[in-house]
Design a protein around this ligand. Structure first.
Ligand code: SF4
Ligand code: ZN
Ligand code: ZN
Length: 312
């Protein structure tokens, strides 16, 4: 198998593109896909400051690496969830990677430790408020990433969601006809009101396998194991189903997700309608001041319940 571009020995085959690449041409392909995503979805400009949400996993570290190599100003935030050995290892990977890129690109890693700031690790907090761990985790991460982006004056917040993540999420939303979530499923969500950072997903054109290959080929040392709380999740099931379809028919995931984005763009200018909806319903949280649709935001409600709660 030879590289489609330079005809030297290929290191990876990409059936959905009917192509194979050597390391150099594969890196160029990855950066081109990310650059296309950034331009096509108007994610950010060369002078913008970007805050990357990193978990120590392949996607977020690869995203940080690619953005820096494309010449963007990107720092990162790591949220330590306090999940035993998993958090210890993932934190180590994020810190080690930050030391490497910090030296060559002047990039900084911010950290937020749930145990210290919220008073307990994510599993204990979830037990105190009687909610599933992933739901409590989602609330905390969304809140803390947004808070850090606003407090440190970043123009945009970037996450490492790839094509597999977005296609699986779309499948879940369609299976349950969650129209509100479908409206908000976009690779680029604007900063609709003051206090909410713009959120973007520059890896949405790359599959999980392609991002993993990029990380391995570029010697990015990431945590291989998944968060233990993800076991048995619906998302993993949707990914498995889509992987089976992709094996039978390469290009299925891309056709599914990118087809949705095209239809969404034609049906309604999502960004404009969301901004209008948000502006009409949001006001500052009475406790912390972040925008919310209720009197108190879900993070502050959660923290108030955790203070008085008792584990089941
Ligand atoms: S699997 Fe659940 S607990 Fe783990 S990082 Fe994801 S949302 Fe958080
Ligand atoms: Zn080549
Ligand atoms: Zn609040």
């Amino acid at each position: 198998m030879n590289c489609k571009k330079c005809h030297t020995k290929a290191v990876i085959g990409l059936p959905r593109h009917n192509a194979a690449f050597c390391k150099v041409c594969f890196n160029a392909f990855v950066r081109e896909q990310v650059a296309r995503a950034i331009k096509g979805e108007r994610m950010f400009a060369p002078q913008d400051r970007i805050l990357v949400a990193v978990s120590g996993g392949k996607d977020s570290l690869a995203l940080w690496d690619i953005l820096l190599k494309l010449g963007y100003k990107a720092d990162a935030l790591y949220v330590d969830l306090g999940i035993g050995g998993y958090s210890a290892t993932s934190r180590k990977k994020a810190v080690q990677f930050a030391e490497t890129v910090g030296a060559s690109h002047q990039a900084t890693l911010l950290t937020h430790t749930v145990q210290e700031e919220e008073g307990a690790g994510i599993r204990e907090l979830a037990m105190l408020i009687h909610r599933p761990t992933c739901s409590a985790c989602g609330t905390i991460k969304r809140y803390q990433f947004n808070r850090a982006a606003i407090a440190h004056h970043y123009d945009v917040m970037a996450t490492g969601h790839n094509l597999d993540d977005e296609a699986a999420r779309l499948l879940g939303n369609v299976l349950h006809w969650q129209e509100e979530y479908l409206d908000k499923q976009s690779p680029s969500l604007p900063a609709s009101v003051e206090g909410f950072a713009k959120k973007v997903k520059p890896l949405y054109r790359l599959s999980e396998r392609e991002v993993a290959a990029y990380a391995v080929l570029n010697r990015i040392d990431y945590i291989v194991e998944e968060c233990p709380m993800a076991k048995g999740s619906k998302m993993l099931l949707y990914k498995e189903v889509l992987n089976r379809l992709e094996t039978e028919s390469p290009g299925t995931k891309q056709a599914f997700y990118c087809g949705f984005l095209e239809k969404q763009a034609k049906a309604q200018p999502a960004a404009a309608s969301m901004a209008e909806k948000d502006q009409a319903s949001l006001r500052p949280c009475s406790t912390c001041g972040q925008p919310t649709t209720a009197e108190t935001c879900s993070y502050c409600k959660m923290m108030a319940r955790a203070k008085t709660g008792s584990p089941r």
